[in-house]
Design a protein around this ligand. Sequence first.
Ligand code: ATP
Ligand code: MG
Length: 370
Amino acid sequence: MRIESISFQNYRNLAETTLFPCEGVNIIYGNNAQGKTNMIEAMWLFCGGHSFRTQSYRELIAFDKSFARLECVFIGQNRRQTASMTIESSKRQIKINGVKKKTSASLIEKFCAVVFSPENLSLIKRGPAERRSFIDSAICREKLRNAQTLQRYNRLLKQRNALLKHIAHSDTARGTLDLWDEQLTAIGAAIVRQRLDFIRMISEKAAVFHQGISHGKETLSLRYVSSFGAEENDSPERLKEKFLEKCAANYPNEILTGSTLSGAHRDDMEIWINGKNARFFASQGQQRSAVLSLKLAEASVLRERMGENPVILFDDVLSELDNERQDYLLNELRGCQVFITCCEKFNKEQLSEGKVFYVEGGVVDALSAF
Ligand code: ATP
Ligand code: MG
């Protein structure tokens, strides 16, 4: 998959223009606050209609304008296709190959990309919620139905927590808890099974990418940490049993706290580098390399599903990485179209093949291709 051209009109600070990136590595460089991330964000929007920076579509429209429009011509499923997006106040209109689409889900099926932005570093350093959300958004891309399953789980969880609080005051409601447990554990088991499958799929790939980025110096491994003892080879039925057993064991404490103390919502994924938990021991460069390896592994899973490489969008990825690690990202991701933004004046010698764009005040210039 690759972007052949992308046009911006009234999009954040970007001047009206059309870019023609190359098939390989595209470097977008410029000083701070010139529009580099805005460009990456615009490309990412074609992957499902959501920004990685905001939920408000209004923010995407240039300050003094009433609408923004993006158009992307891309090669996907071996043919040239067009997607356009018009954003007006809080509404969006999406067209794919000239046909209006009601939902952004239609974009996910057509255009495929993986994005890294510096906020993703929280995947390593912050709490389990960030890591769960990385896995959950990946399994939702794998199967759109998973998004509904997760929503149902969260709804049931809220209802069960409300019931626990109620039981603390009146034990008569105790009888209905079993019904909620039955549903919650069945759905929770299905989610955990999907997560375990996904982690199994990406661990090996992420380890290979991390070896590459660190030039063989570091070993990365991933481990699902379950709050109810889920193990890699457990069937959904076994997972449900374990979850139910844990609910029964936790019951007295759950009544005291009014919350469900184990389940898919309490699980985590540990990321280990050279036998140490990255959350506590990884350096800045190691954290960045680990997140990049996870993202590239995700891209590899997508390639298997879509039958073609997703577009790789790397915002501000090179800082904190030494030359060897930068070299891997610039020159070793063969067969993929890659966009990399950076602040420093880009040293062309570092890139064996690609195209360089310079951004200043929202104006993008294609400098050179080699
Ligand atoms: P850095 O290197 O610091 O990350 P950047 O080149 O990635 O900088 P962007 O995040 O792309 O910078 O933002 C560029 C500018 O776009 C910012 O100064 C911001 O104020 C401006 N901007 C953001 N939203 C809008 C908007 N809706 N209309 C006009 N300008 C906007
Ligand atoms: Mg930026």
